[in-house]
Design a binder for this molecule. Structure first.
Ligand SMILES: [Zn+2]
Length: 295
């Protein structure tokens, strides 16, 4: 159980993402419906999850930490205080809320689909890092991987994340949504960094929404570079990576490059029945590149 301080929902969201999966007391909701906690509950980013394990006794002269228990006789939650005896607690005063980074990533994926076209969910934690691959969307004409990253102040996690991003690079562009406001993210090849709290907001309908203009602006630099290098040559790499991401998201990835190659070919034919099938050597090359990202 950690203390939460932010007075705006996105600031609170950044704090929670940095702290990782946890349960918080719903009592942080001191300002009622207008509080950041209440906003995150309505947005589905904090979910009711039973009662807290401990709370502070306010029934005697001196505040002290107590274990919350259920009293079957009285049919209520409460705690035992040496001075006041059993103190019955209202359900709201001991309610707990669950937070998970995975749920934030799901909401981000929805928001990107709202802004840039629906994609099947392919989010996954990048193995050995604190970064999540949120998915891939076409932003400003570039196939763009979106990564949610935090924990750059941990040297080992930061190095591993950079290695992962390098391995993920064959796509046309990438954006790292960086949660640490205090830690500078060094760009990795095609990946630019944007601050999470600059592009993410909670809109009037309590939904996670994105500043699409700023995201397009951040990706535009890559499109300019690419067109200077090879004009008008479409790349099948991003499409093959998207096929592999989908297989992985469905848990259908086999061991070994050859099995993955076979599956990728089948999945390509299913997803793109009218598009030309890439050459075997091209599919194999991209399976190799993709596997370096942790599979
Ligand atoms: Zn007490």
């Amino acid at each position: 159980m950690t203390g939460v301080r932010s007075t705006d929902p996105v600031g609170l969201l950044c704090e929670l993402v940095l702290q990782g999966d946890q349960r918080i007391a719903a009592l942080n909701n001191v300002d009622g419906d207008a509080s950041p906690v209440a906003t995150l509950v309505r947005a589905g980013l904090l979910v009711p999850d039973g009662v807290v394990e401990t709370t502070i006794c306010d029934a005697c002269g001196e505040p002290h930490v107590v274990n919350v228990e259920f009293d079957p006789d009285r049919q209520t939650h409460g705690w035992r205080c040496p001075d006041a005896g059993f103190v019955a607690a209202s359900e709201e005063s001991v309610a707990a809320l669950a937070f998970s980074v995975g749920r934030v990533v799901e909401s981000l994926s929805e928001a990107f689909s709202d802004a840039f076209g629906r994609r099947p969910p392919t989010a996954r934690l990048l193995e050995g890092t604190t970064a999540w691959l949120v998915g891939m969307w076409t932003i400003g004409g570039s196939a763009t991987r979106i990564v949610l990253a935090c924990g750059f102040d941990d040297v080992r996690a930061a190095r591993r994340t950079r290695e992962m991003l390098l391995a993920l690079s064959p796509l046309e562009a990438g954006l790292v949504l960086s949660v640490d406001a205090d830690v500078e993210f060094e760009p990795v090849r095609e990946f630019a960094a944007v601050a999470f709290d600059e592009v993410v907001s909670i809109d009037g309908q309590d939904r996670v929404s994105l500043n699409a203009g700023l995201l397009q602006f951040a990706v535009a630099a890559f499109a300019a570079q690419r067109h200077a290098v090879h004009v008008g040559r479409p790349s099948v790499g991003p499409a093959i990576h998207a096929v592999l991401d989908q297989l992985a998201a469905r848990g259908e990835i086999e061991r070994g490059s050859e099995g993955i190659f076979r599956l990728a070919k089948q999945e390509w034919l299913r997803l793109h029945p009218t598009a030309p099938l890439p050459k075997d050597s091209t599919i194999r090359k991209h399976v190799r590149i993709w596997r370096r990202t942790g599979f």
